[in-house]
Structures are given as structure tokens and as C-alpha cells.
Design a protein around this ligand. Structure first.
Ligand SMILES: [Fe+2]
Ligand SMILES: [Fe+2]
Length: 482
């Protein structure tokens, strides 16, 4: 396929265009991809830039079979409608058996992905592996995974640091700069300090002065030039619950239908999970359910979604209340649920990197936000963006394993934030929060559920009925109250 890809790229380059990742994926499933591309080129005066999946599909569907017969490519519609390319979607890619050996592979993959990101940082100059560094004296720096953190009686910290070559003890004095940055288990860092040789019964130790996280770049702000219109973000609809806010939802649908007051600019609507309330999610949930059948909950939502104008593309990921496995990453909702929704709804996994032209949206339901607020003093679950910032800094959606967020130990760790998104959206917390961290806008999208008994018990006030509207050309967001 590599030679084939080059040939395709070359022919398209002559026409000043290229294919989107979604279009490539579609071509991969074809017998004669080069023929298809050639036929498309021959039958069209001008091709859109880039050529998206929709464009290829509509070409192939109009063509009976690849031939020399000129066929008109529906160029205009391809240009008008940017296609939604889903990258990193875990649907169909979840093959793990859950055996213990999977964890070793999973953590090794996590380490390698994060090491690659860290290696690009200027602070990585001069890093050595643990086996080599243990033979040295003086200054040292390593890239390592923190496998254990403990606090001494004097308030200093001991870490266990690992890489594939070995293990070393790390010491963080309460007076050091490194101490200020809350180090948690399973994160991958550059540790900079000095080696203390093995003596007085202590193992070789790296005394750490500074730590560096993978983080996201501060400079090099990307401009999105191919986007006209806005992206709307909502989450946590919880259809089926007695606390589902019908009035606010009705206001939302009326506004979307009206095509006025800002809704006319919306081209995409992203829903960050918990589409329905589900059943059996927490004890005695039945008492708070108006619709006690999950398929009926989806059917009702599907009917309501028909009121969203069909030119708006809707992208939905699942959350912990939806009927997919509870372990993250979660696959997209199944076909039998998808068929209850109108055609303009695309279902993706949790998490997913959604590409719309140049725009990159990382959508994650947000299961780990509560874990991070329990662990880190700088994180407050009332302000979910504070947790999202820590995920971006650590380039991982669930930085600590073994807390309340269940992780499936896939061979490839799909929860690593490999690419820096323009927009990072979560839900789950039932708050509305919008902030920026370096070049990424973080959005915790609002809910359509009122206060539940569980939230009442814990004095949690939801912030429902809001739509976050993001304009990729200005990189600014506004909040619309419904
Ligand atoms: Fe929720
Ligand atoms: Fe949730």
C-alpha cells in the first residue's frame, strides 16, 4: 500500500489537492484505490481541497465501476460540507482480553508514547536511561515513569522511577522546586538532579531538583483558515431521568430550529457523553427514572434530535451512563442504538480526536476529573478545567491508574494525548467551564439534568442548560443560556 499511497499522493498533488485521513481510510477498503482516484481526477475539472471521505463516497456511489466513462464529481457539495474525520476513535480497535500481561504492554506503550513527547523538549538534552545513570556521579537527568510516591516523616518525598532499563529511587526535598509540582503515580516526567551513590544502606538515589512534564506548546498558535461557522458543545443530556430538564431542552431545540440568534452559524454540534440516564448505573436509580428502558431512552432522544436542522453535523461520544462497556476507552454506541438517530449524527468512541478540516477536537467524557480533584490540591471539581489542564500537562486523559476511573489495559494506550488539540471538551461534572491552556481551549460542556438526589446529598450544584459556541476562526467561545 505504501507504493500505492505515493502514486495516489503524486497524482493528487498534480491537481493541487490531497486526501483527508477519513478519505484514506475509505480508500484502504477498496480493491483498486488508484483506479478510483484516477477516475475521479479524469472526470473532474477541479477537485476540492482536501478531498474528503464524503466526496469519495459520493463519487464511488455515482460511478458504477471504475472505468474510462467520465463521471461528474459532486465537487460543489464536497466544498460546501467539510467532512468529519475521526482519528484515534477506538471503535473496533478494542481487542484486549484483560489478562495481567496486558498491563505490562499497556504501561510500556504509555511510557514510550510519553517519552517520545518528552524527548522533543529542550530539557531532554542529555537524558540517559536509568541503567546508565546509576553508574554515574553528579548531575543526571532521566525520562521515567513514576511508579510510586511516598512521603517521609519530615515531609520530603521518595519516588520509585522506572524505565525499560531499570528502576531508581528518587528523592524530592520539601524545599525543592520539584516539590511544588504535585507528582502523582503513573505519570512520565523528565527528572533533573544529582546522583547520590549507594551508601549507608541506601540504594543509589536521584536527588531531584526539577521535573518537567510533557505539557503542550505555548507558542506556535495554529490558525484555522478553512472553517466558516461555529461549533456548539453540549453534554450529559440524561434522557430518561426524572430530573431531565425538558423545558430547557425544548428551549435549546427551538433555538436550534429557529436559525436565529446565533444558531444560524452552527455547523457542528458535539455531545460529550451521557446521552441518556441509563439503568442500573447507581443503587436505586429506578426511583429516579421516568423511562425505565434504555432503548426507549435512546429512541426518545433520537426523535428529539430530528429537530436539529439536518445541515448541522452532530458528533456524539458515550459516557458512563450510556450502554457501552464502562471501562475507558469506550467504543462508540452500537448499530442498534445508532439506527434510532437521524443520519446527521455520527457516533464516536470515548475518547476521540475529531478532525473537521484543520480543526482538532479532543472529546472525552471526563471520568477522571473526580480522581484528579481527589489527588491534586490545585484541582477543584467545581472548576473542571483545572483538571483538564492537568491532563494536558501530563498528556494523558486518566493520568493515574487504579482510582475510580476503570481503564481497559489495551495494548496501545489510547488515553495518551498524542496530538495537541485546538479544543478539548469534556462533560460528566454537570458544570459549565471554559478556559484556555496555552494554545488549547478547554470546555467542560453543560448538562440538561437538574440536581439529582445524589448531588443533593453531596451539595453539588449543577450548572445546566448552556451551550458553548466556539468560533474556530477567532478561537473564542461564547455561552448561550437556554
Ligand atoms: Fe452525566
Ligand atoms: Fe458521566
Amino acid at each position: 500500500m505504501i507504493g500505492m499511497r505515493e502514486a495516489i499522493l503524486k497524482e493528487l498533488a498534480e491537481k493541487n489537492t490531497l486526501l483527508t485521513p477519513g478519505a484514506w481510510k475509505y480508500l484502504d477498503s477498496m480493491d483498486k484505490p488508484l483506479h478510483v482516484v484516477r477516475d475521479m481526477i479524469n472526470s473532474s475539472k477541479e477537485l476540492p481541497f482536501p478531498v474528503g471521505r464524503d466526496c469519495l463516497v459520493s463519487f464511488v456511489e455515482t460511478a458504477e465501476e471504475p472505468s474510462d466513462t467520465p463521471i461528474k464529481v459532486p465537487t460543489k457539495s464536497c466544498v460546501e460540507s467539510l467532512d468529519v474525520d475521526i482519528v484515534c476513535d477506538i471503535t473496533g480497535n478494542s481487542l484486549c482480553t484483560g489478562e495481567l500481561s496486558d498491563f505490562t504492554g499497556h504501561f510500556l506503550n504509555r511510557f514510550e508514547k510519553l517519552r517520545n513527547i518528552l524527548s522533543r523538549r529542550r530539557e531532554a538534552k542529555g537524558v540517559m536511561n536509568i541503567r546508565s545513570v546509576k553508574k554515574r556521579k553528579g548531575d543526571a537527568r532521566i525520562i521515567a515513569m513514576v511508579s510510586d510516591v511516598s512521603t517521609t516523616s519530615n515531609g520530603n518525598k521518595f519516588l520509585t522511577l522506572e524505565d525499560p532499563t531499570g528502576m531508581i529511587r528518587g528523592f524530592v526535598s520539601s524545599e525543592s522546586e520539584a516539590f511544588e509540582q504535585e507528582i502523582i503515580e503513573d505519570e512520565v516526567i523528565i527528572a533533573i538532579g544529582r546522583i547520590w551513590e549507594k551508601k549507608n544502606g541506601y540504594d543509589t538515589t536521584l536527588s531531584i531538583d526539577n521535573i518537567v512534564r510533557p505539557s503542550v506548546p505555548k507558542n506556535g498558535r495554529r490558525m484555522i483558515s478553512d472553517f466558516d461557522g461555529k461549533v456548539a458543545f453540549i453534554s450529559d443530556i440524561h434522557v430518561g431521568s426524572t430530573t431531565f430538564l425538558k423545558d430547557k431542552w425544548e428551549n435549546f431545540l427551538n433555538w436550534m430550529e429557529s436559525g436565529t440568534d446565533g444558531s444560524e452559524d452552527i455547523r457542528y454540534l458535539v455531545i460529550a457523553g451521557d446521552l441518556i440516564d441509563g439503568i442500573g448505573i447507581y443503587p436505586n436509580q429506578e426511583d429516579e427514572l421516568e423511562i425505565k428502558d434504555v432503548y426507549e431512552q435512546y429512541r426518545v432522544l433520537g426523535e428529539m434530535m430530528k429537530r436539529i436542522p439536518s445541515h448541522i453535523k452532530v458528533i456524539a461520544i458515550p459516557g458512563n451512563h450510556d450502554i457501552v462497556r464502562n471501562m475507558e476507552p469506550q467504543p462508540a454506541l452500537t448499530e442498534d442504538v445508532q439506527k434510532l438517530f437521524p443520519k446527521n449524527v455520527t457516533f464516536c468512541g470515548n475518547p476521540s480526536m475529531i478532525r473537521i478540516g484543520e480543526l482538532k477536537i479532543l472529546a472525552y467524557h471526563g471520568g477522571s476529573i473526580n480522581d484528579l480533584s481527589d489527588l491534586l490540591t490545585g484541582v477543584d471539581s467545581d472548576e473542571p478545567c483545572s483538571a483538564m489542564r492537568e491532563m494536558l500537562e501530563r498528556r494523558h486523559l486518566v493520568p493515574v491508574y487504579g482510582k475510580k476511573t476503570p481503564i481497559a489495559p489495551e495494548k496501545e494506550d489510547l488515553l495518551v494525548i498524542e496530538e495537541v488539540p485546538d479544543v478539548f471538551v469534556t462533560g460528566h461534572i454537570h458544570k459549565t467551564d471554559v478556559k484556555t491552556h496555552h494554545n488549547t481551549i478547554m470546555i467542560n460542556a453543560s448538562t440538561w439534568q437538574g440536581q439529582t438526589d445524589y448531588q443533593k446529598m453531596r451539595d453539588i450544584q449543577p450548572d445546566p442548560g448552556k451551550v458553548v459556541l466556539y468560533d474556530p476562526s477567532t478561537k473564542k467561545a461564547k455561552i448561550k443560556q437556554c
